[in-house]
Design a binder for this molecule. Sequence first.
Ligand code: SF4
Length: 54
Amino acid sequence: MQWKIDEGCMGCGVCTFECPDGIEMDKGAAKIKDDTSACLVRAAQICPKQIIHQ
Ligand code: SF4
């Protein structure tokens, strides 16, 4: 299953602190960097907008 980040990212960067291997910031919005990164689960849990999902 592929990880996705929906529209509505507010650019807070919390997910990249939690999962720097899996997510990067691109022009003020989060973007999946490595779809296989295990820490994406945790990033999805802590995103205040709840827009990171499989
Ligand atoms: S935690 Fe959520 S709202 Fe914040 S940068 Fe990541 S995807 Fe965007």
